[in-house]
Design a protein around this ligand. Structure first.
Ligand code: GDP
Ligand code: MG
Length: 596
């Protein structure tokens, strides 16, 4: 397809504003998915995406669209809406010339609408403002059209009004895409340059690489070269997703498609790399993407120690399609062998652990999430701490923590409550704006460590679900932070150490010692549970002694019953962890960490 007949666009929106549903209708109206094969959220392939109704991975799909000016090929890239996946969003944006800015006509602009809009503007995309869900009785298209026009400039009358659910307005929107979004530009005669924007591992086909062609042409069976590594591969198949893979005779300027080389390792097909022809390679690679930096760290341990190798393999596999996932081996007194993992955010953490347990059938425990602290020691060394157990106890001169700029959109009635919440999380108010008469944007600087715990849950419950949140890194600040250790009979239990603000140390200490007292079974001796900052004890609980003798209950009679009890006790022992002389069932640690 000549570039003049191509349009590459994405849909950007706050989560739940209806991207996936609108994408469904477009697939149906353009005829690439028949009514019979249609199912909701067609492009959300992962089980976990369908169940939670969120998009995690970007998807690209090609659709034909006939207008008075001829037939066009529209490449749509569905993007995730959640803050954690901004990285995925920006990759998709770089493959497009335009973006549909989709806003729920009953909700108006939300925090991620703004965040994604700014990303699109940074990428010089043509923006098409669209209000969705106009079929809803609560929809107020006039009000929100004004809000949108006010935000991006232009006339409220030009804001398209659609329903992804019923299909109203979707044909007009497809026409508008052809009209308004520029055709891709590139040099058809130059050596090929194709930007890799996604790369996934498929059990049957090996690595499938998704590309956006900038210059030149790629054809089946030719030899291609990765510009970063100079590695060469033979193209076994090249084609477009529509939405099932359809092999083609090649991809030219501006086209979006996939290629298969038979490579088994996704690392050889690195997102952001440029692919060129082997025989006549291009001289300059395209500007790549910066690798995302993990913001949240947590230890992941198999509950059954013999699953360690499976866990390692599973992480290797997930890493193939998710470059932002990081991990390295770690051991813990309480939890055994596991991995220290780095995530983009809490939802990312949750999704990875859920995929591990679901797709690889693993029972896992994760330690409390931590951010990256930079510690300067009394000898002026700098130590980066992503795991509280690496904290240089007793040698700390100064600690700094990551800070984020938080944007919260909410109805004005909740401003007081939310300000209180932010204050309690050590937030500094940066500003407050009215988006419309009753909706407000609050901007705060806040330590990331205060957000990763349960900030979002609190925000939602305090505003009855009406507030939305987005954040971006904003450097770091020094703070009065301390490490709180939890001790069982004087022995540190590493998985419970936490770096917290000094004012919150006592609360953390009491919470954890109380939880553990309730969960750890009595031993034959008294066991103190303490919380400490360095050598100073800040909280204490006691588990009193008991003489535990299961056989005593049997009164000598029934031998087989005795044997069974002994077997059972042996079985239980396997899952016991020793902390000093104290025997703790692993379940107790797990329950204390998960707060059940
Ligand atoms: P996404 O998170 O932006 O991909 O949003 P989804 O497409 O998953 O939609 C979120 C919810 O809104 C789902 O329950 C949809 O059924 C619903 N929804 C989406 N579009 C419409 C619409 O046009 N009208 C109505 N009434 N509901 C919609
Ligand atoms: Mg979606």
């Amino acid at each position: 397809t000549p570039p003049a007949q191509l349009r590459n666009f994405c849909i950007i929106a706050h989560i739940d504003h209806g991207k996936s549903t609108l994408a469904d209708r477009m697939l149906q109206i353009t005829g690439v998915v028949s009514d019979r094969d249609m199912r909701a959220q067609y492009l959300d392939r992962m089980d976990i995406e369908r169940e939670r109704g969120i998009t995690i991975k970007s998807q690209a799909v090609r659709m034909p669209w006939a207008t008075d000016a001829g037939t066009f090929a529209l490449n749509m890239i569905d993007t995730p809406g959640h803050v954690d996946f901004t990285y995925e969003v920006s990759r998709s944006l770089a493959a497009c010339e335009g973006a549909i800015l989709l806003v729920d006509a009953a909700q108006g602009i939300e925090a991620q609408t703004l965040a994604n809009l700014y990303l699109a503007l940074e990428n010089d995309l043509e923006i098409i403002p669209v209000l969705n869900k106009i079929d809803l009785p609560a929809a107020d298209p006039e009000k929100y059209a004004a809000e949108l026009a006010n935000l991006i400039g232009g006339d409220p009358a030009d804001v398209l009004k659609v329903s992804g659910k019923t299909g109203i307005g979707v044909e007009e929107l497809l026409d508008r895409i052809v009209e308004r979004i520029p055709a891709p530009k590139g040099d058809a005669d130059a050596p090929a340059r194709a930007m890799i924007f996604d790369s996934v591992y498929d059990a049957y086909r090996g690595v499938v690489t998704y590309v956006r062609m900038i210059d030149g042409k790629l054809e089946p069976r030719e030899r291609i070269q990765m510009m970063s590594t100079r590695a060469a591969h033979d193209l076994l198949e090249i084609g477009v997703s529509s939405p099932e893979p359809v092999p083609t005779k090649g991809l030219g300027v501006g086209e979006v498609g996939y290629l298969i080389t038979g490579v088994k390792d996704v690392r050889q097909s690195k997102v952001g790399d440029t692919i060129t022809n082997h025989r006549k390679p291009a001289t300059d690679a395209l500007a790549g993407y910066t690798d995302p930096k993990p913001m949240v760290f947590s230890g992941i341990y198999p509950i059954d120690g013999s699953d360690y190798a499976v866990l390692r393999e599973a992480l290797d596999k997930l890493k193939l399609s998710d470059a932002s996932l990081q991990y390295e081996p770690e051991t813990s007194v309480a939890l055994g062998f596991g991995f220290r993992c780095g995530f983009l955010g809490l939802l990312h953490l949750e999704i990875i652990t859920e995929r591990l347990s679901r797709e690889f059938d693993l029972d896992l425990i994760t330690t409390a999430p931590s951010v990256t602290y930079t510690v300067t020691t009394d000898t002026n060394e700098t130590v980066t701490v992503t795991n509280p157990s690496e904290y240089p106890d007793g040698r700390v001169a100064e600690v700094s923590e990551p800070v984020v700029k938080v944007g919260i959109l909410l109805p004005k009635d909740y401003v007081g409550t939310v300000m209180e919440l932010c204050q309690s999380r050590r937030g500094t108010l940066l500003g407050m704006d009215y988006l419309s008469e009753d909706r407000v944007e609050l901007r705060y600087n806040m330590p990331l460590g205060e957000i990763v715990f349960d900030f979002f849950d609190h925000l939602k419950s305090k505003t009855q679900g009406y507030a939305s949140l987005d954040y971006e890194p904003a450097g770091s600040q020094t703070a009065d932070l301390v490490k709180v250790d939890i001790l069982l009979q004087g022995e540190k239990v590493d998985a419970f150490s936490s770096i917290v603000h000094r004012e919150k140390a006592y609360a953390y200490g009491t919470l954890m010692t109380e939880r553990l007292r309730k969960l750890i079974p009595r031993q034959q001796f008294e066991v103190p549970i303490q919380a400490a900052i360095g050598a100073r004890i800040i909280a204490r609980e006691n588990i009193s002694a008991i003489r535990k003798d299961v056989l005593a209950k049997c009164y000598g009679g029934d031998i087989s019953r005795k044997r069974k009890l002994l077997e059972k006790q042996k079985e239980g022992k396997k899952r016991m962890k020793m902390v000093g002389r104290v025997e703790v069932p692993q379940e107790a640690f797990i329950a204390a960490l998960s707060g059940d």
